[in-house]
Design a protein around this ligand. Structure first.
Ligand code: HH2
Length: 272
């Protein structure tokens, strides 16, 4: 199937609504673990202006344990079926899950491992002509927050994303179907996350549309004065999203879609 370039299919700024079908996600774990509430949430997010929905069946929060493919599919397949006809993304690193999700109408594979987690995933994406999001993560979810270190976080992340994009293209994924994500909170301290946000223009300069996932991330809570915060508020998330937009972000991944859509509409009008 030939799809238009990602930037045409999802114009800037696009909000990607998060539908977590998990018992343990960091900000909404368990709330949408059953299929019906997850499907209802998805349709409500589209009413609120989401450009697409990112359905995930495995938490990637710090400390999370991996989930087998069969269990991940058992969680996400009924939700994807219930959202048939909607613009869909699947948050998975597994070829088997992605393959079934693509059969169910998913357009974008959001892989937090940037095609490092499963050697078969690149071919599945390429054969389907799907869009892909390549995200930076240092380490793996179980241990990634144990003392992350970088020479220069922004240069290290940019080098990684350029290398992973070249890998994807080498595996037959068209350049125009790729977006990149610096992976806020994935093996990064509060300082690393804010340095990345401050200098997001350097990620933008790689030449790929940039997706950002800042919504409810703990760094946004920690800078409010609670060093033990595990989540940030919606207000803090919206501020971060607008800052990212001002530095070139294309797609914003968010839990509270309406708040992000309204804020980004204002930001886009100002920037026009
Ligand atoms: N963040 C999360 C999950 N997937 N994908 C991309 N591309 N970028 C992100 O920043 C990102 C992501 C974590 O958020 P959430 O899905 O709400 O939590 P959990 O992984 O615990 O389910």
């Amino acid at each position: 199937m030939t799809r238009p370039p990602l930037v045409e299919r999802f114009p800037r700024p696009s909000v990607m609504g998060v539908v977590n079908v998990t018992p343990d996600s960091f900000s909404d774990g368990g709330v949408y673990f059953r299929s019906e509430p997850a499907i209802a949430l998805g349709w409500a997010m589209l009413d609120d202006g989401a450009a697409m929905l990112d359905v995930g069946g495995e938490s990637t929060r710090p400390g999370a344990e991996p989930v087998p493919a069969e269990e991940e599919l058992r969680r996400v397949a009924p939700v994807l079926e219930g959202l048939a006809g909607a613009p869909l993304s699947v948050d998975t690193a597994k070829a088997e899950v992605a393959r079934r999700a693509l059969e169910l109408g998913v357009e974008l594979v959001n892989d937090v491992t940037a095609l490092r987690g499963d050697p078969d995933l690149a071919a599945v994406v390429a054969e389907a002509g799907a869009y892909v999001c390549l995200m930076h993560m240092q380490g793996e979810p179980r241990t990634m927050q144990h003392n992350p270190t970088y020479d220069d976080v922004v240069s290290d992340v940019c080098r990684f994303l350029a290398e992973r994009a070249a890998f994807a293209v080498g595996r037959g994924i068209a350049e125009e179907r790729i977006c990149v994500d610096p992976g806020f909170g994935f093996g990064k301290t509060v300082e690393h996350n804010f340095e990345l946000l401050r200098r997001l223009g350097e990620v933008w300069a790689l030449g790929f549309p940039v997706l950002v996932g800042l919504s409810h991330k703990s760094s946004l809570g920690k800078i409010q004065g609670d060093p033990a915060a595990t989540v940030g508020s919606t207000a803090a998330s919206v501020a971060a999203a607008v800052a990212a937009y001002g530095r070139g972000a294309w797609i914003v991944r968010a839990h509270n879609v309406r708040a992000h859509v309204e804020a980004l509409r204002v930001a886009a009008e100002v920037a026009r």
